[in-house]
Every structure is written in structure tokens, then in C-alpha cells.
Write a protein that binds this ligand. Sequence first.
Ligand SMILES: [Fe+2]
Length: 361
Amino acid sequence: MGTDFHNDDKALLEKVDETLEQRKKNGLEGLSGGLEAVIIAVEPERLLPAAQEFINYTGHDVVDAFEDNAQKTIVLKREGSADILVYTRSGHENPFAASNRGAKTGPYPNTRLETFVFKCPDIETYVAKQTGCGRSFLTQDIQQTDTYSFIQTPPSAYTCNSVGFIQWKNNEGEYRSQHATPFDPGLTKPEASYCSNILELDHAATRVRAEERDAAIIEFMEWTNYHFEFAVYVESLNSITNVSRLSLDDFALVFTSGIRPFVSLEESGPTERFIYNYGPRTHHLAFNTENIEDTVDALAEHGMGYISELIGSREEGLKQIFTKPSPHTLIVNEYIHRYDDFDGFFTKSNVTALTKATEKQ
Ligand SMILES: [Fe+2]
């Protein structure tokens, strides 16, 4: 690709249509559903503090913690939301190791939001059809436990994330199998009521290289039943926000990329710089938030720091704010409130301000 490469949506939209057609033809429509969980890996000494952060700064709370010979996992849930699984590997080979390398990730060789897990009504058929299309998974076989069947893709060459698929057996949402040993993480949620204003996981934003934007979106559409919705270009920051969705009511996956590729730390915008520093990865998790003004203040009183102001207004359709990245997960939280029937993710002025706020990362 020449140095004059730049994104526009023409080629992408053609590929999106082709992919939707292929998906139908291959019988994959309806074989994967909404987001069930995000799986976040952290360094071993950061497992408890990472979970405590989610307890303090989201509506999620710990419902289970368990370990087996491969990993130690803490399960956080909130009604109406996808679950958050925070875990640490016990000395096993890490398929994400190469993906996790960036200029600033030295102390965090194993830290990443690794996997978006989607519900699968018939995992055997799903895997057979994807394999028939020439696609392969991280493991040859579907992992079977007494509570679920699970399989995941290798880390994507474009997002470095994996996509997982889960079919529940008896108890929907039960991640602990009979081979795992429960433990008490000793974590408690603050009494304060502000956490109840923080609702479900609304969207996640993954940052990808400018020249890999189309491939990242198309690949995600091939694995899931998501479709590409729209892209918003911010020329001054060399940034595009690309939204993919299952339906209006579901969790959205946002891909953020440059318009033009990385040139240098001085010349490139915040998106390309973030990738230079951390590699392609999920930049933020956004939570739908009620009483957002008071909640943002209460979070600050409980130690949360922000990299932006609370921006937007009722007239513009939404208000939103970005936190500082977590020292345990490297992930930024976004708190977002939409007014009336607004169904967007930002206003053009917000997206500019928010993207600019991430410059210092
Ligand atoms: Fe966002």
C-alpha cells in the first residue's frame, strides 16, 4: 500500500454488501446472537484491584470467583448487561503475547481485553459452517464443560482481539464448571448509591490501523451477525469512528481508525499514536448512565479521574465523558447518557473533543 493510502467508505460498503450476502448464502444468519461477556486478562498481581475497580466504578458486582489449573477468574454481573470476566493465566502459553506488545506495554505483557463472547444457539452447527468456509478457531475442538460449550477465534490480525461463542447448558450465565474451585476474593461494593446509576455495557471501541479498517470490520461481520452501520470522519484528528451493530437494542462494537496511516508520533493523530504505544486493542468500554452529572461527580469523589470534561447536552442528544485509563486493565471507561430517542454514540463535536482528549495516552 502506497503512502498516499487513505480510507473512504466506497470500497468498504461494497465489501459489506458482499459479506452480508455470503453470510446468508453460507447459512450463518441467526447462528450467533448478542454479547454475553467480555473477557479481560490482567497481570496476576492486578486481578483483585482490577475487579475492585469495576465494583467501584460500574454497576457490575462480583457474583463468583474460581480457579482451575489454567486460570483464576472473577465474574462480574449487572442485570441487563453483558458480563465482565477478569482473569489471570497460570503460567500457560499466551496466544495474545505478540498482540500485547507496544511501545508502552512493557509492564503489561498479558494485559488486554481479549475476547468478546457472543451467544450461540447451536455451536456445533456454527463451527461446522464456519469451518466449511475455511475459517479456523483457536482450538480444534469446542471446549465442553458441564455448564457450557465454548470456542473462540485466534487473535485477529487486525484488532488483535478474539471473538468467542458460548452455548449454555442448564444454567444460563454459569461460568464455573465442576472442575473449578471457588475462592473468596474478599471484595465489597461501596455502600454509595451512585453505582446503581451505571447501567449496561453500551459499546466498546477498538482501535485499528487506518489501512486495516475495512479488513477488521469485514472479518468481525464474518464471525458474527453484526452489520456495519456508519462511519464518522474527523479530518483534523485523522480519525474515523466506525459503528457496527446487531440491532438498535444491542451492544455495539465501534472500530476507531486513522484516515491515513501512521507517519510519526509528531504528525499522526491520537488514534494512530495509541496503536503505536499499545498495539491495536480496545480503547474504552462505555456504560449507559442515568443522572450522569451527579454520577460523574460521585465517581470523582470516590477516586475516579477523567481525561475529558462531561461534554454534550440534551439538545445535542447525549452527554458523555472519558475516564483515565485503568492502571490495571489499561482500559478507559466512558459514561454515556442519551436523551429521548437519540440512538447515536456521539455528536460530531463530541467525537472531536473525546478523540482529542486521548492524545496524551
Ligand atoms: Fe464511545
